[in-house]
Design a binder for this molecule. Structure first.
Ligand code: ADP
Length: 244
């Protein structure tokens, strides 16, 4: 189904003059189709900017973003179909039920809604019985699982997740992480996740480190131990890792 995201020579600055910040300073990285990659790095290292640019939510100054070899900007009209997003703060519509939140991307795209497919989406995130609940009536983990079902409803090739477990306790965080890994293992979609948490990173197949807007290294099949060792090797104060 594809879903390879490539960044080549990506530079991104914010502000001007004295306020100019180089958020990305020459990023070259590929995320292979059907893989789960985590991105870690100190606060301000450019993780969110990388995710926003890779997803086409923000423009790069210089460089290219390719989805399966095609420049992203030429896909902009179809972006909703190709990319799904999951945020730390869930970003659900409070007045809508779980079911209606999941249906929303289809409504926005003017696509038909198949109630059986929405049932399947709810069941897929373990919320078969919760479709008529509003976000305020759901736990944090349940809300994030609704957000994941919403991100999956258009069958995107790539899911971008920015600190998806940042607002969850460690037990419920694991439910959400297992779900994201299942998205890759069962459906072959690509997941790219920014995190501060070594436990979250250990659910990925590959961990990319960012510092000062550049890729500084990576780990294959990271475990909590190998991530912790790598974090310990960073300068004091550079690591934001917190135990989970
Ligand atoms: P991280 O996600 O690793 O914490 P960010 O990508 O959010 O890093 O930010 C990278 C740098 O760009 C930081 O110095 C941040 O202050 C700056 N930055 C991010 N977004 C904006 C913005 N919208 N306007 C100005 N500066 C920004």
């Amino acid at each position: 189904m594809g879903g390879t995201v490539g960044l080549t020579g990506v530079h991104k600055t914010y502000g001007r003059g004295d306020n100019r910040v180089q958020a990305l300073d020459g990023v070259d990285v590929d995320f292979a189709a059907g893989t789960f990659t985590a991105i870690m790095g100190p606060s301000g290292s450019g993780k969110s900017t990388l995710l926003q640019c890779a997803a086409g939510l923000d423009r790069v100054d210089v460089g290219k973003i390719l989805l399966d070899g095609t420049p992203l900007h030429t896909l902009s009209e179809l972006r909703r179909e190709h990319m799904g997003f999951v945020f730390q703060s869930f970003n659900l519509m409070p007045a809508l039920t779980a079911r209606q939140n999941i249906e929303l991307p289809l409504r926005l795209a003017g696509r038909p809604i198949d109630p059986a497919a929405i049932d399947k989406g709810l069941a897929g995130v373990g919320l078969a019985e919760r479709g008529e609940h509003r976000p305020a009536e759901l736990s944090g983990s349940q809300q994030q699982r609704v957000a994941i079902a919403r991100a999956l409803v258009t069958r995107p090739k790539v899911i971008f997740a920015d600190e998806p477990t940042g607002a969850l306790d460690s037990r419920t965080a694991r439910e959400v992480l297992a779900l994201l890994r299942g998205v890759v293992e069962q459906h072959g979609q690509t997941v790219i996740m920014v995190t501060h948490d070594p436990v979250a990173a250990s659910y990925s197949q590959r961990l990319v480190f960012l510092a000062d807007g550049r890729v500084t290294g990576e780990l294959s099949d990271p475990t909590v131990e190998t991530v912790a060792l790598r974090m310990a090797a960073l300068e004091p104060g550079e690591s934001e890792a917190k135990p989970c």
